[in-house]
Design a protein around this ligand. Structure first.
Ligand code: PLP
Length: 477
């Protein structure tokens, strides 16, 4: 009989766990407190990837080495600090502390929810969330969906179903028929994951027909018709149109009613990429931005963007829930395999992943504890603050915005100095990051270079944003 090694015995010691855990929560609590006080640790440390690599030893020895609290201190000291109110960069949220704690429970029990028996609680929670979210989307009682690891896989999952339903032959079983090539239409502002999905699906990036947008960064009916004709004259069969709700670069919502009409007139699948912006459905004030969504066939909704859930947890929702079974199976197999539909709780039938993390629990628990108002407050606050930031910019003669913000994403640039504009913004961003006070990003729009902020931290204030403009002015000088 092998004896349990002493090392394993010690690693699972409940007292050690308690002690390390209490200490860890205190460390994180202190870190949060100092972050909220805007302490002077840089939001993002000014280190290149190579310099960072040198900070982390690659010597893994058989014997115990560093102490846990020391390593955690280094992790906190050298990471991008999303708790800091100066974090206004990419669309990755400042997670709710309670959601992070719930996530700890998830990883501790590790009920990796591919099938019911491996994640009974989380699977029930995800089902309840899907019911709630499809109702918010206006999808009706037949709707259904699944959770998956991010909007990128989410878009792929929805587009696979779209193809199975709309393609003139069973692509899943037979593979691509090169004499009947497919195409999809999406705005030239789309997230790159749409093109990547097309590549993965064998449609090819060439099968993604980019619809030019108007001055407000939205598709128009005219541009859609033109692009549709171009795809057809290339001998492609268009099967899907994808709307942005909202787009990544400028945060603009497409006109979903117009897209639904267009899809109906051409018998297309209508997919809405709401990875970032679908969370506005929770807000009385902003849900009108998604008007027409109820007519979509599918929707991708990242809760790790605007629901304060730590990465990742994406809902892929279908107005006709039966279509949720078509992403990874042969055409209409649900009709023949009623069994698999009865087994709604074995999500692996319908997801890219087999084993996956517990996603629903991270949203379900805070929703139950805090209620939905916290989440609508978050949307109202961040969307409202972004509009206020745009007003500050409009009132300054030395800045301009690329578009009026509709969400909590804003693109702007400094124009207060005679200098090549693009190079100046690049230089400004570099200096802003070096200051350590803010984390902002950049994007290219119509070939030009813009500073970009996602106001996604609920602790960022108008004063922080005014401070950013001041800092930019002094960086430009
Ligand atoms: C963020 C985003 C995605 C990608 O989602 P991930 O969760 O990062 O994979 C797709 N589409 C849009 C519009 C997005 O904003």
């Amino acid at each position: 009989m092998p004896r349990q090694p002493q090392s394993l015995n010690a690693a699972f010691d409940p007292d050690h766990f308690r002690e390390a855990g209490h200490r860890l929560v205190d460390t994180l609590g202190d870190f949060l407190e100092r972050s909220l006080a805007r302490f002077d640790q840089p939001v993002l440390p000014d280190l290149t990837a190579e310099e960072m690599l040198r900070r982390w030893s690659g010597q893994f020895s058989a014997d115990p080495g560093q102490h846990f609290p020391e390593i955690i201190d280094s992790v906190l000291g050298l990471s991008n600090n999303l708790q800091h109110p100066g974090y206004i960069g990419h669309q990755c949220c400042t997670p709710l502390p309670l959601s992070a704690l719930t996530d700890l429970v998830g990883t501790f029990i590790n009920n990796a929810s591919a099938v019911y028996e491996m994640g009974p609680v989380n699977i029930a929670m995800e089902k309840r969330l899907i019911q709630w979210m499809t109702a918010l989307a206006g999808f009706g009682p037949d709707a259904d969906g699944i959770f998956t690891n991010g909007g990128t896989i989410g878009n792929l999952t929805a587009l696979l179903a779209a193809r199975q339903v709309r393609a003139p032959y069973d692509v899943w079983s037979r593979g691509i028929d090169s004499s009947r090539r497919l195409a999809l239409l999406v705005s030239d502002q789309c997230h790159y994951s749409v093109k990547r999905a097309a590549g993965v699906m064998g449609i090819g990036e060439d099968g993604v027909y980019l619809v030019p947008v108007n001055a407000e960064f939205r598709m128009t009916r005219q541009a859609l018709e033109n692009t549709f004709r171009a795809a057809e004259s290339d001998g492609r069969t268009v099967f899907t149109v994808v709307g942005n709700a909202c787009s990544t670069a400028t945060g603009t919502y497409d006109d979903l009613h117009m897209l639904a009409d267009f899809a109906a007139d051409h018998s297309l699948w209508f997919h809405v990429d709401g990875a970032h912006g679908a969370s506005a459905l929770i807000s009385e004030q902003y849900r009108h931005l998604l008007s027409g969504l109820e007519r979509a066939d599918s929707l991708v909704w990242d809760t790790h963007k605007m629901m304060m859930v730590p990465a990742l947890a994406t809902a892929v929702l279908f107005r006709d829930g039966a279509h949720s079974y078509e992403s990874f199976s042969q055409k209409a197999s649900y009709l023949f395999e009623q069994d698999s539909r009865d087994e709604w709780y074995n999500y692996a039938h319908r997801t890219m992943e087999c084993t996956k993390t517990m996603m629903g629990i991270k949203l379900y628990v805070p929703l139950m504890v805090y209620g939905t108002a916290l989440f609508s407050d978050f949307i109202d606050y961040t969307y409202g603050l972004t509009r206020e930031f745009a007003r500050m910019i409009a009132d300054s003669s030395d800045f301009e915005t690329a578009a009026d913000p509709e969400s909590n994403i804003i693109c702007f640039r400094y124009t207060g100095k005679e200098a090549p504009l693009d190079a100046m913004q690049k230089e400004i961003r570099k200096k802003v990051l070096q200051s350590g006070r803010y984390y902002i990003v950049q994007t290219e729009i119509n070939g030009g270079f813009w500073l970009r902020c996602t106001i996604i931290n609920p602790n960022t204030t108008g004063d922080d944003l005014a401070g950013l403009l001041q800092l930019i002015r002094s960086c430009a000088r």
